[in-house]
Structure formats: C-alpha cells, structure tokens
Design a protein around this ligand. Structure first.
Ligand SMILES: Cc1ncc(C[n+]2csc(CCOP(=O)(O)OP(=O)(O)O)c2C)c(N)n1
Length: 499
C-alpha cells in the first residue's frame, strides 16, 4: 500500500479492467468513494447507481447472465456487503461470473466491533472465489478491499492507468475427459431420456445440434432456449436412463428421479453439481460437436401433456393466462419467468410454436427474491421484454424499478400474476391437512394491489382480468396486474392432476 492507502482501490479496478469488465453497478457509501473515483476515472465504462444492494446485485447478475461476461457490483462496508449474499448464491449455482467489489475498513479493525466494520473477509464462504489468481470466471469473485479514510486531495488524484482489456471468455473450452465420460454414458444407453434445463447461451446451438443427432425423447424447459425445437414427445414417465443438460430442471420428471435409484443419471452441468443426492455421473464441459450420437430406438409416443382442451375449458385460469401471454408477447421478445409458479406454468402451458421468445429465470437457488431486478438487468438492451412474476415475488423486490430510469427507453412489461399470496402452496399435497388459519400463514394471503407500486416508479399501469384487457398496451415501462380466476385455476389443476 502506498502512502495514500488508496492503492488497493486502484489495483482492484485495474484488475477488473484487465479482465474486460465494462459494467459496474455502484451502491454508494463513504467507504467506497475511492473505488467510485477509480471507476469513474476510466472513460467509456457503463456505470449504474442503486441505493439498495440486494436489488442492485441481482440487476448485476441479470447483466452478467445476458452478456455472458463478468459484471461488477460495488458496495461500501458493513451490512451493505451482506445484502449481496442472495445474488451471489444464485450466481454460484448458475455459474455466473458476478464480481463483488466491497470496500472494507483497514485490517486492524477486524474483530473489533468498530462502526461499519463487520467481518467481510470471506463473508460469502463457498459461494465466491476470493483468490483472484484462482478465479476461472465460472463462479462469483469477491474482492474485499480494505481502505483508509481518504482525503479529498487523495480522491481527486485517483486515476486508473489501464484501459479495459478484452478479457477471456467467461465460458472455458471443452474438456476431453468430460467428453469421454459423457460418450461412455451414451454408448451404454440403449434407451435414453433427455431433460434440458437452463443453458448458457453459448451452448444452445451445439446442444440443439447434438440432440437432433441423438433422436432421444427430449423434455426441454423454456430456459434451455430449445423448448420449441423439441416438443415433448415420448415416454417421460418411465425413463430407463436420464441425461440432464444445463441447470437443474423444475419439472416433475427431475424431482421424481431422486427416488428412482434404478435409473442411471448423467448431468452435464456448468456448475459441476449433480442436482440430486444419490450417486450419478457429472460432467461440466463436453465437446458437443465431437460426441458420437448412436441412434436410439424411436420412442416418440403421445404428446405427454394434452392440455389444450383444459386451457380452453378454463380460459381465465393461471395456466391459460400464461398460454395467452406466450401467444401474444411480441415475437423475439425477452421473457423472464419468475420462480414459484410462472416458470412451471410456462413450461406446462406455453405455446410450442417457435415465436423466437428468449426465456430466462433464476433457477440456481429458486429464490423468489431479486427476480424483478434480474429481469431488468437482462432487459437493458432489449426493445421488448416481459417478466411474469407472482405477487409475493414482486413484493420481495419493490426497489427494483429504481434502475429503469437509467436504462434506454424500451417496452418493459412487468406482469404480476396477483392471486393474493403464495398459491403454489395451495397445491402441495403435504399441506392438504392444514386448516384455513395455517394456510393463511403459509401462503401469506393478502388483498394488496399494485397500482401504487406502478405510480411510485412512474410506470404505466393496466389491470387485466379479461382477455381484451391485454390489447393496446401503452409503450414504455408498464406494470400489468393480472388477476386470474381463482375457481377456474383450482379446477384446472384438479383436472390436470399434477402437484
Ligand atoms: C427468498 C425465498 N423465500 C421463500 C421462498 C419459498 N417460496 C417458494 S414459492 C413462494 C411463494 C411465492 O408466491 P408468489 O410469488 O405470489 O407466487 P405464486 O406461488 O402465487 O405463484 C415462497 C415463499 C423462496 N423460494 N425464496
């Protein structure tokens, strides 16, 4: 450290520049002023400002997922740092290179309980790399920067000397041993079922080409980007061997596989985790192009879910609304699917017509927090983007729209499916014996409306409870409060039969 004690701030930002980091989401405080000075000393960086670290960090996560490069979130010291944990966990499970640059008080304050000095070193534990030389951009990086109190003169003189470098690609190249392991699994498979969860964008085309060669039954979730290319044809109830590609799927097929110890499973997972507790094969980075796909017996059967008639019968049920949205969201839009039911409902009910919709979700840790912020991060350079989220999910992230005024004008539609609480719990068999009072606690039942939320952030507002209400939507940032029909929704699920 030089005399000023601010060199660590410059070094941290120069490290980021050398790795090509161009976007910085800054949550200010006094302690991180040297970091702010270092960032703003570099021309042509993209700088966002945000007063709420949790939302800000999810916004940065959305930027990083979208651009497939590291994006930095910058905070002051103290609880500001702790606010980042949820998004760091999500980034870890999604193998996203989120970079946390946190200002700290100098090392001599550690363990002393001095003001705004919490134990920040390694605060994210296993979820973030702290050794910059070990960081491989397939997980979050935490740079905790101890800083002395700066003088105004010192701040004035802060200047990064480096420009942004190209940085290396976030996704590492293929691994020969992974390719061989996966090839071995394929060669042993006489019958094989494939389930595809969230795929890194760079994987979508090669995985699609591989699956077209493989000709096995494929259940591709919306976040794989391949759902429309592989309509669900085949026997998914009784898989004999299962290949999972991408993030952990949300479908019942994957949940059931945990107990099916007779079914060998191979996961191709960017985060290297099996996603089930029993033994299975895991590979991270096979070379999709060299994999030999032995043609498997044609197992195509009936379409697994013949739900068209149920959707017609209950046109105002939640799933029918989701189908309707999947048909009327403009072609080519970005779509974010909130956790809880929207992501599941889309997988079940959305049209299989290929309308070029690009679907995203936070399925790393399945949290209902930060969903709106992640959506806004994903939406930054889009002309038309839509989020479908539950009401509690929206309530979790009320500060998210703060960022909208810093984004280019565009059609950003936040659809809150307001069913008065966490209705996913209504369908859980385990809770069937709960009485009304207990269900109220579990579901957090409420009668809150969202008009005031739209007004607070200068968004247009549209309440939707009939199909015609979705017509002629105003341009710009729009909050759609969608009120599904409760009875139709209940009847839909009863007749659909899935819990
Ligand atoms: C951060 C976090 N807290 C709690 C949960 C548990 N949880 C899962 S779904 C859910 C309810 C979500 O309600 P809502 O967003 O209204 O969607 P709905 O169930 O009505 O579709 C909750 C609390 C979670 N996933 N994430």
């Amino acid at each position: 450290m030089d005399e000023s004690g601010l060199n660590p701030a410059i070094s941290a930002i120069e490290f980021c520049l050398s790795h090509g980091i161009k976007e910085y989401v800054i949550c200010s405080g006094a302690r991180n002023s040297a970091l702010i000075a270092a960032i703003t000393s570099v021309p042509d960086l993209i700088v966002y400002r945000h007063p709420e670290e949790r939302s800000a960090s999810y916004f940065a996560l959305g930027r990083s997922i979208k651009k497939h490069v590291p994006v930095a979130i910058v905070t002051t010291s103290g609880t500001a740092v702790a606010e980042l944990l949820p998004s760091v966990v999500e980034a870890y499970y999604q193998a996203v290179p989120l970079v946390m640059i946190t200002a700290d008080r100098p090392v001599r304050f550690r363990g002393k309980g001095a003001p705004q000095a919490i134990e920040q070193h390694n605060i994210f534990g296993d979820y973030a790399e702290t050794r910059i030389e070990q960081w491989e951009k397939d997980r979050p990086l935490h740079m905790n920067v101890p800083l002395e109190e700066p003088t105004s003169k010192e701040i004035e003189n802060i200047q990064c000397r480096k420009q942004t470098g190209m940085g290396s690609p976030a996704v590492k190249g293929a691994s020969d041993s992974d390719t061989q392991l996966l090839q071995g699994f394929l060669d042993e498979s006489i019958s094989l079922t494939v389930i595809v969860g969230c795929l890194p964008l760079a994987w979508q085309e090669p995985v699609k080409a591989f699956l077209l060669r493989l000709k096995a039954p494929v259940l591709a979730e919306a976040t794989s980007g391949l759902r429309e290319a592989f309509p669900p044809m085949g026997n998914f109830d009784e898989p004999q061997r299962l290949l999972r590609i991408g993030g952990v799927p949300s479908s019942r097929l994957w949940r059931n596989i945990e107990a099916r110890e007779d079914v060998p499973v191979c996961s191709v997972a960017p985060n290297g985790l099996p996603g089930i507790s029993r033994p299975s094969l895991v590979v991270r980075r096979p070379d999709w192009e060299v994999l030999q796909a032995r043609e498997l017996p044609d197992e195509a059967g009936k379409n697994i879910i013949q739900i068209g008639y149920l959707l017609d019968k209950h046109p105002l049920s939640e799933c029918s609304w989701v189908r309707r949205l999947s048909e009327c969201i403009p072609v080519g839009s970005l779509v974010f699917l909130g956790n809880s039911q929207p992501v599941r409902q889309w997988n079940i009910a959305a049209t299989h017509e290929d309308r070029g919709l690009r679907c995203f979700a936070c399925r790393g840790a399945n949290g209902i927090d930060g969903n709106v912020s992640t959506f806004l991060g994903l939406s930054a350079e889009e002309n038309e983007s839509w989020a479908l989220v539950g009401d509690l999910t929206a309530i979790y992230d009320l500060a998210a729209p703060w960022i909208i005024s810093q984004l280019p004008d565009a059609n950003r539609r936040i659809v809150v499916i307001n069913n008065g609480g966490g209705r996913i719990f209504h369908r859980l068999p385990a809770l069937r014996e709960f009485n009304d009072d207990q269900m109220q606690i579990v579901e957090n039942s409420h009668t809150i409306g969202f008009k005031g939320w739209a007004e607070m952030w200068n968004m247009s507002y549209r309440k939707v409870s009939n199909l015609a209400d979705l017509e002629n939507l105003p341009d710009g940032a729009l909050l759609v409060e969608l009120i599904p029909d409760k009875e139709q929704t209940d009847r839909f699920w009863q007749e659909f039969g899935e819990s």
